[in-house]
Design a protein around this ligand. Sequence first.
Ligand code: FES
Length: 115
Amino acid sequence: NSCLTLAAVADGAEITTIEGLADGDNLSAVQAAFLEHDAFQCGYCTPGQICSATALLEEQKHGTLSTVSFETGHTSNPQLTDDEIRERMSGNICRCAAYPNIVAAVRAAARSAQA
Ligand code: FES
């Protein structure tokens, strides 16, 4: 959401960018899943998609609910269904329309985070 955030609002905040997700040469689980599932084409949107997916997994770990959680009535321990992933990733536009593979990558990263 960096393009929607005034820099002054982030004054003093800890900010993690795409460059901060890997540990040296070791990719994060989300980065690895995007590679494994071909979840990009031109790559223009990919840093934002991966940062959002990383935040999505953190939110889910903390039990944060989405609109889909309320619509489906799964307000306690909502599972990351494809609808949940699409809702929580909404706002990230991919002009290459890599959405099916992005959802697959997020699903895989969520599974590896639970393992
Ligand atoms: Fe090209 Fe998303 S991969 S805009």
